[in-house]
Design a protein around this ligand. Structure first.
Ligand code: ATP
Ligand code: MG
Length: 402
């Protein structure tokens, strides 16, 4: 057993000591069987939330109505969920009622895919009533039970299936895939926030090309913000060498492939409910990508874009031009050679200009600072107060006069 499980074994033991059952479940067991790194260990138990609270002194109610509480054990938080069944999915998302049950098998049965419905006990023994291990060895995504029924209960599972393709490189079993194509319109009922969480995992995954192609082929993309009718562009994106791109760079590439400019990309990214900060970064990189599509980098442009934006734009540019990952040392060197890296490093400020020219504040300050900044970046003057003053006094003689 791997370290994250070993650290949590005492939790299972403490629950069992009180006469309840407890197991590791979900993504951690799947990833362990795949030899992948384990993010967080989820635990399922026959104990009710109230019963867990009598066992563990440090808990937080994070989803107690669905039977999940957070237990802080040796400083690490663990999500522990009471065995439950779900019923009454009247709106194709989230169950109307959850019912706590005392049977592990019933709990595993409500889970989405067989690979996610395996439990492991404290000794590492697997409980696998739906043959998840066989699916994992075949690299197959299969619903637990009839696929149409399961996607009809919660359409987010449709997105989850393709994001697992993107993360794990699995294929979707034919019956499950047919149900996805048929029921993709149900995604219309799913909140954008939940779609976004799955989509970002998809575009960050090693096998994102396959998943993006599948989104187009199954028609899933028609039910995602701003992607209706864009299958052919998604297929184009899927055909790019995406290996080295970050999630933000993927968003930039996506907006570009969709033929959006900085103005039209903003409402697209807002529709997806991306955080404002991320949108700002993406728009900046998109702006510099557009610059790069027609020009080469110069020190001035490297300075104006900033190192991170320049490198990201270059990576996306390389992807578009088909070269895939390319060395960035030359560009990094260009940036390192700049006399200043940002405005704050300029050794003069507005108050110096006011003093030197004996003129009150006004828009002239911004103009002179911009010119000075440009001259320093271009290496025409040194970034030293005295040098800049001398230079300015010489070339701006008329400033002090009016
Ligand atoms: P990840 O590694 O990305 O966390 P995961 O499989 O652990 O993947 P979670 O969202 O953390 O995904 O969910 C934990 C487990 O809960 C899943 O493995 C699955 O058993 C179950 N589950 C999650 N979402 C659903 C859903 N929409 N329908 C049915 N079961 C679900
Ligand atoms: Mg998980």
């Amino acid at each position: 057993m791997q370290q994250p499980f070993l650290k949590a074994v005492p939790i299972l033991e403490m629950i069992e000591e009180k006469g309840f059952e407890a197991y590791f479940v979900g993504g951690s067991v799947r990833d362990f069987l795949l030899g992948r790194e384990i993010a967080d260990v989820d635990i399922a138990t026959s104990a009710l939330p109230g019963e867990l609270k009598t066992i563990f002194p440090h808990t937080a109610d994070i989803g107690i109505q669905h039977g999940t509480i957070l237990v802080i054990f040796n400083g690490t938080p663990y999500e522990i969920t009471t065995f439950r069944t779900e019923s009454g999915y009247t709106d194709y998302r989230r169950p109307d009622t959850v019912e706590f049950v005392r049977s592990l098998t019933e709990d595993l049965q409500r889970r989405d895919f067989t690979m996610n419905a395996i439990a492991m006990d404290k000794a590492g023994r697997l409980i696998d009533p739906f043959h998840g291990q066989s699916a994992i060895s075949k690299k197959e995504i299969v619903t637990v039970g009839p696929p149409e029924e399961r996607f009809g209960e919660d359409a987010l599972r449709i997105m989850r299936a393709v994001r697992f393709v993107g993360q794990l490189g699995f294929v979707i079993e034919p019956g499950t895939l047919a149900a996805i194509s048929k029921l993709a319109p149900l995604l219309d009922n799913i909140a954008v926030e939940r779609k976004l969480a799955e989509f970002e995992k998809l575009i960050s995954g090693t096998y994102r090309s396959e998943a993006l192609a599948l989104m187009g082929e199954t028609g899933i993309s028609n039910w995602l913000p701003g992607l209706d009718g864009q299958e052919s562009k998604l297929l184009k994106l899927a055909g790019c060498r995406l290996g080295h791109l970050s999630t933000e760079e993927m968003w930039v590439l996506l907006t570009h492939v969709l033929e959006l400019d900085v103005k039209t990309a903003e409402p697209f990214l807002r529709k997806w409910k991306l955080p404002g900060k991320k949108i700002r970064v993406c728009l900046k990189v998109l702006h510099w990508l557009h610059y790069r599509l027609n020009n080469s980098w110069t020190p001035q442009m490297a300075y104006l874009s900033g190192k991170a934006n320049m490198l990201s734009a270059e990576k996306v540019y390389n992807t578009l031009s088909g070269s895939g990952p390319a060395p960035m040392e030359d560009l990094e060197e260009m940036f390192e050679q700049l006399p200043i890296k940002e405005r704050a490093e300029l050794s003069v400020a507005g108050k110096d200009l006011i003093e030197w020219f004996g003129k009150g504040p006004g828009p002239w300050i911004k103009d002179v600072l911009n010119e000075t900044e440009e001259a320093v970046v271009a290496g025409r003057i040194a970034n030293k107060k005295a040098d800049i003053r001398e230079w300015l006094v010489q070339c701006k003689q008329n400033l002090g006069k009016d």
